[in-house]
Write a protein that binds this ligand. Sequence first.
Ligand code: HSE
Length: 433
Amino acid sequence: MAKPFRVGLAGVGTVGGALARLLQRRREDLTARAGRDIAIVAVSALSRSECGPGLEQAAFYNDATALAATADIDVFVEAIGGADGPAYAAARAALSRGLPMVTSNKAMIAAHGLELAALAESNGAALAFEAAVGGGIPVIKTLREGLAGNEVRRVSGILNGTCNYILSRMESDGLSFDACLAAAQKLGYAEANPTFDIGGFDTAHKIAILASLAFGTRIDADAVSIEGIESITLADLAAADELGYRIKLLGVAERTAKGVEQRVHPTMVAKSEPLAQTMGVLNAVSIDGDAIGALTLVGPGAGGDATASAVAADICDIARGHVGLAFGRPVAALVEAERVPMQRHEGGYYVRMSVVDRPGSVAVIAKRMGERSISLEAIMQKRSDVGAPASEFVPVVLITKATTEASIREALDLAVADGVVREKPQVIRIERA
Ligand code: HSE
């Protein structure tokens, strides 16, 4: 029997702990797949007491970099998190000595993935990060290997389980945003700082990684335009429902004639689309390729077990001797993408606003839209509920045909300046298949 494949694990929280349990539970089959037993022989954490079942026998380090640099192991698994700090230092230490590494750290890969991939290449080591995007969905392998024969035009997805859980629960149970976030945190979906989730930053890291894999471009996380879900209200969810849409936080990477668009924002998605039907903590990624047409992968996007499933698959690949290129191409072959600023984005828009309740108000808004060649597809004015106190404002929702971001923003700024619209209107982009 071959010698065991020795794993050094940094971080024993949600992901690390679930990995330890999974490797124990699936030991026999993983041994058959890898051709050798896979055993966690070293761990790092702040204190030994954090280490749960399956880690009792492992050598203990209180410094992840010391583990990565010196432990007698065959693969280094990073489950600490954070773009910089200990995770990044330990990753560099492992790859510098030619040690393969597996990580679930999307922030680190989005920020330093190319540098780490170059380090891995020059030292003949594997760098695997299936768990960094889509939790248990094998989307990295799909883009990197499975779709190598395609020119990918577009990748769009629900990439944050916390946001999808919040929007789904708000819609289905009419619960407040805060109550849904608290439930997501309790279930172990959210980041330590949930602003990363609800502000769209986690999705941005993930779409930046997918864009690179899809288009063969250098990761450009700073180019991602980011809006979170904090401003979405029950009124928006109800209006979306009435108009045949669901609101989802999407990450979208698209190759257009202008360059590569990378954006994260709440989006109106037609209920018939697979992405709209993806509820709860599930993630989904739709990929458009010239040979396959459209493909959608759906699965659990967050939580210990789902993430550990992806980490275990990477470990198993490496134990079998698979050392592929981290981004499917040598780092030197990745090209710089032309950035497309959000102002140049073209698409349909949903706008919800509080309009002054007097004759001609809607005509003023329509005029401002017309001046910028914006065509309206639908307009919906609600009367106040029977018995509600009289108000000088009425809610109006409109849907535009395709226009540019710059045009819609200008038209709305003018309508606000005209005094017919109160406050900042709610603007949500519509994604059409
Ligand atoms: N906080 C992330 C989410 C975990 O909610 O999807 C997986 O990256």
